[in-house]
Design a protein around this ligand. Sequence first.
Ligand code: B1M
Length: 210
Amino acid sequence: MARNEELFNAIMNGKRKDVAVLVQAEVNAGTNVGTILMDSMIPAMREIGARFSRNEVYVPEMLIAARAMQAGLNIIDPLLTKSGHESLGKVAVGSVKGDLHDIGKNLVAMMVKGAGYEIMDLGVDCDIAKYDEAVSNGAQVIMLSALLTTTMPYMKEIVTHFKAKGSSVKILIGGAPVTQDYANEIGADGYATDANQAVAAVEKALGKKS
Ligand code: B1M
């Protein structure tokens, strides 16, 4: 599908209600939700970030764009969720301490949930105690999201913490500045560039697929 310019601009301009209407219209027209996300919605977030880097927009504009994006994701969320299936496993997901970005984390949570896993959404600004609690409550995998170069190092602290405890929990990491090399460096069990790959990483970590 070509980019839906109206939807792209509505996200960029933070028009929450318009975004909801436009996403619903695409869904009603039978457009694949992945296509809506990849062709129009995620590019809008990238563009707002690029404009922020060029000092053309500031934090408030990024914030209202994020809220508009979330309004669209709220429509997509139930469509991705499989119903009537037994959970394939328990997965906790959170943005690490100091990081308030949650759009990518929410998207990852939706896709993993849609693939049949039970999601424990820990929210943003998660310290080690939060992940610890999730593991005590049965999480077999924890997914760490970081969007800032300044919050990435906390991922290493989390991995070190669980390794020192001898925990069997699988730790997967992701987020815009995170790389496979970084995952290798800190000893994480896996890395994913996007929400689709995150599903594959969970399946691999739990031995559901080779
Ligand atoms: Co912020 N911000 N922001 N921001 N923000 C970025 C990240 C930035 C790149 C913008 C820029 O300069 N171009 C920059 C970071 C620079 C850096 O660290 N190198 C930045 C900055 C600097 C900041 C502040 C410091 C600004 C300030 O206050 N001066 C501040 C920090 C706040 C904090 O966290 N403590 C800040 C604040 C904010 C808002 C609150 C205004 C808002 C967030 C609102 C919200 O999330 N509810 C915001 C936004 C919206 C952005 C941008 C524009 C968009 C992020 C986004 O939603 N992307 C962003 C620019 C950009 O990313 N190009 C930017 C869309 C989303 C679908 O993609 O999150 O990458 P993403 O997630 C992807 C993958 O990364 C992956 O899958 C997702 C789906 O495909 N993924 C995982 C993510 N997590 C994963 C976990 C996994 C696996 C995959 O686990 C296994």
